[in-house]
Design a binder for this molecule. Sequence first.
Ligand code: PLP
Length: 423
Amino acid sequence: MKDYKLGRDYALEQDRIDPLRTFRNRFHIPKNEKGEDLIYMTGNSLGLQPKITADYVNEELEDWAKLGVEGHVQGKHPWLHYHEFLTETMADIVGAKPSEVIVMNTLTANLHFMMVSFYQPTKERYKIIIESDAFPSDKYAVESQLRHHGFDDQEGLILWRPRDGEELLRYEDLEAILKEEGDRIALVLIGGVNYYTGQFFDLKRITELGHQYGCKVGFDCAHGAGNVPLNLHDSGADFAVWCTYKYLNSGPGSLAGCFVHERHGNNPELNRFTGWWSHNKKTRFNMRGAFDMLPGAEGWQLSNPPILSMAAIRASMDEFKAVGFERLREKSIKLTGYFEFLLNNLGDNVIRIITPKNSEERGCQLSIQVKNADKSLHDKLTEKGVISDWREPDVIRCAPTPFYNSFEDVYNLVERLKTILND
Ligand SMILES: *Cc1c(COP(=O)(O)O)cnc(C)c1O
C-alpha cells in the first residue's frame, strides 16, 4: 500500500479506525515496572494470554474438584471428548475439514508420529528434503528418523538452500533437486512459514512438485497457523503439524495440531502408532476387544489429553471465532506493510528486511538485518521496552500480531530503533 504516512498522528488514526481495535483489551499485555505496556513483538514465539483463558482453565479445575473422575462425562465440557470442542475452529483456521484435524501431543512429537505414517523409506527411496534453515527441532527430528531406519543422517538429508548472497528460497531450486534426485526422495518436509526469514511458501505448489516425483509432502506450520491462510486441504499436502503457543495464544508448551489429508484418513494399510485414544470411541472402555481404528485424523491420537492445556486452547479458539481469521489477516497485511514502510524510511544503508516484500509471501513477521549489529542492539531494544527476538548472526525478528498489536506499537518500536541507531 502506498498511502502509509510518517508521524504518530497517522498511527493513532489507524488505531482509531481499526475494526479490531477492541481485541487488544481482551489480552494481558506484559508491562514494565512502571506499569506501562511493553511493545510485545514476539507473538511468533509465545502468543499473549487472552483474558478469558483463566476462566476456561478454572472451569476444568472446578469440575475436577467437584466431580472427580465423573468430570469425564458429567463435566460442563466433558473431558472424554474435549478435543472435539476445538476441532471445528482449528480446522477453519488452517483451512481443513474437521475430520482432517486433531489437537494432540506437542509439535515435534506430532512430527515424529506423522513420519511414522508418511516416511516409509525403502532402499531406493529414503531421502528427506528440508529447508537449509529449517527450525532446529525439525532438523533433529528428521535426522533421527533417518538413523532410526538405518540410513546415514547426512547422506540421506537434502537441504533446499538459498542461492549465494540470498536468504529466500526459490521454487526452481527445489524443482532442480527433485529433477535430479526425485526418485530417491521419500519425503519433502518444509516449514509453511520459515521461522527465520518469515517466507510463506506456496504449499500447493510444493505439494504438487513433490507428488509429481512420488514423494510424500508435509509441512510444519508452527509459524503459519493463526498467521497466514494455509488452506491445508486444498494444498493437497499429505500431513501438517503446528503448535498452539505461537500465533494461537494457547500458553507455553500447550498441545499441538495435526492435519492428515482425508485421502489417508481411513487407510488401514498406512503404518501408524496407536493407543486407546485412536480406538473407536464407542467401545474404547470395553478394554479387551481388538483394536478398532477411529477414522480421520482422530485416529492418530494416543492418550487421553491434558485437559487444562486444552481449556486454554478452547479459550483461544473462541477468541479466533470472535475475531474471524479473514479480518485478522486483512489487518495483518496492513500492519506489517506499515511496519515495512517505516523501516524502509530509516534508509537501506542501515537496515535490510530479508522477509519477502510481497504480502502474499509472508505473514506478520519481518526479519530485519541491521548492518554491523550484534546482540547489544537487541539488548538496547529490550531496555527500551521492546520485546523482540534476536537470531545470530544479525537478525531481529519482530512480529506485529494483528490480534493485539496496534499501529502505535509499530510506530513506537521504529522510533526506539531509530534512537538506538542514531546514538
Ligand atoms: C516453534 C517451533 C518448534 C518447536 O517445537 P516444540 O516441539 O513445540 O518444542 C518446532 N518447529 C518449528 C518450525 C517451530 O516454529
